[in-house]
Design a protein around this ligand. Structure first.
Ligand code: GDP
Length: 298
C-alpha cells in the first residue's frame, strides 16, 4: 500500500542523514522532493501545495532540538502533516439517541457499497449492535441478491422487496424497512443505495429521496481508493447531490499510490471514518489517521 510514496519519502529522508544542520537550501530541496512524491502519489494539487508550504514553514521555524537530528525533525513534521491531511482525529460513528440509528451508503457502482454494508453490519454486530441491512439498490438486477448473500455471511437480516413484486420503488422499500426495524427493535439500519458507473442526476435525486424518507444519522460516501484523486470530483458531486457526513475508503489494499486517501478529507472537509482493505468481511475497521501516517513513514 502506498509503496511509491513510502519509497520516495524514505529516499528524501535518507538524503538528510549525516547533515548537521539544515540550510534553507536543504529545506527547499527536501520540500521539492516531498512535493514530487505527493504529486506522483496522485494527491490533489491544492492539498500538495498546502502540505509542502506547511512543511517548509515548520522546518524553517523549527527549534534545533538536541534529541532529534535534522532527518528526524523533518520526519516528525511530515508525520504531523500526514495526520492532518488524513483528517486528524479518528471520527467515531454517531448513534441516534433513540434507536434505530440509520446509516445510509452512497457512492458509485462498483465502489464497494454492498461489500461495505456486509462489513459494517458484521463490525456492528461484533460490538453488540443489532443491525439490519436494507436493499434499496433496485437498479442493478443482482444487487438485492448480492446484499442478501453478504447479509447471510455477516449473520445480519436483510430487508428486501419481495421477489417479483413489481419494478420496485427504493424509497418505499426504505420506508417499509424503517417500520420493520422499529417493530423488530433493530438498533441500526444500514441502507444500501444504487450507484451508476458515473455520477448520474436521476440516481442522485433518488438517493436524496431515500435520504429524506429515512433521515439518516450518518450518510457514508463510499469510494474506491484506487481511483486516486478522481475520488475528489466524485465526492464533490455526491456532496452537492446528496450530502454526506463521512467517507469510507474501499479497496485500500489495491491502492499503490494513496492519492484518494491523502486528498479526500482535506478537499471535502469530511472525515474518513472507515477503511476497507480486502474482499473478506473482516478486512475493515475504523480509519485512524495517525496509524495510517505511521504506516506511510514506517
Ligand atoms: P457496489 O457496486 O458499490 O455495491 O460494489 P461491490 O460491493 O459490489 O464491490 C465491487 C467489487 O469490489 C466486488 O468485486 C468486491 O468484492 C470488491 N471489493 C469491495 N471492497 C473491496 C476491498 O476493500 N478490497 C478489494 N480488494 N476488493 C473489494
Amino acid at each position: 500500500m502506498f509503496d511509491t510514496l513510502q519509497d520516495r519519502l524514505q529516499a528524501t529522508f535518507r538524503n538528510l542523514r549525516g547533515k548537521g544542520r539544515l540550510s534553507d537550501a536543504d529545506i527547499d530541496a527536501t520540500v521539492r522532493e516531498i512535493r514530487l512524491a505527493l504529486l506522483e502519489a496522485d494527491v490533489n494539487l491544492a492539498v500538495v501545495k498546502e502540505f509542502t508550504a506547511a512543511v517548509r514553514d515548520q522546518a524553517r521555524g523549527a527549534e534545533l532540538s538536541q534529541a532529534l537530528n535534522p532527518a528526524q525533525q523533518i520526519i516528525k513534521i511530515v508525520n504531523a502533516q500526514l495526520v492532518e491531511v488524513l483528517g486528524g482525529q479518528a471520527r467515531q460513528l454517531r448513534f441516534a439517541k433513540t434507536p434505530p440509528t440509520v446509516i445510509m451508503l452512497a457512492g458509485l457502482q462498483g465502489s464497494g457499497k454492498t461489500t461495505l454494508a456486509g462489513k459494517l453490519s458484521l463490525w456492528l454486530r461484533q460490538r453488540g449492535h443489532t443491525p439490519m441491512l436494507v436493499a434499496a439498490d433496485l437498479q442493478r438486477p443482482n444487487a438485492v441478491n448480492q446484499l442478501q448473500i453478504v447479509g447471510q455471511r455477516a449473520g445480519v437480516p436483510v430487508f428486501a422487496p419481495e421477489p417479483g413484486n413489481g419494478v420496485g420503488d427504493p424509497v418505499a422499500v426504505a420506508r417499509a424497512a424503517m417500520d420493520e426495524a422499529r417493530r423488530k427493535l433493530y438498533d441500526t439500519v444500514i441502507v444500501d443505495t444504487a450507484g451508476r458507473l458515473g455520477v448520474d442526476a436521476e440516481l442522485m435525486a433518488q438517493a436524496a429521496d431515500i435520504r429524506d424518507a429515512v433521515h439518516p444519522d450518518e450518510i457514508l460516501f463510499v469510494v474506491d481508493a484506487m481511483i486516486g484523486q478522481d475520488a475528489v470530483n466524485t465526492a464533490n458531486a455526491f456532496a452537492e447531490g446528496v450530502g454526506f457526513d463521512g467517507v469510507v475508503l474501499s479497496k485500500l489494499d489495491g491502492d499503490a499510490r494513496g492519492g484518494a486517501a491523502l486528498s479526500i478529507a482535506k478537499v471535502t472537509g469530511k472525515p474518513i471514518m472507515f477503511a476497507s482493505n480486502g474482499e473478506a468481511l473482516t478486512d475493515f475497521d475504523l480509519f485512524h489517521p495517525d496509524r495510517m501516517a505511521s504506516r506511510i513513514l514506517d
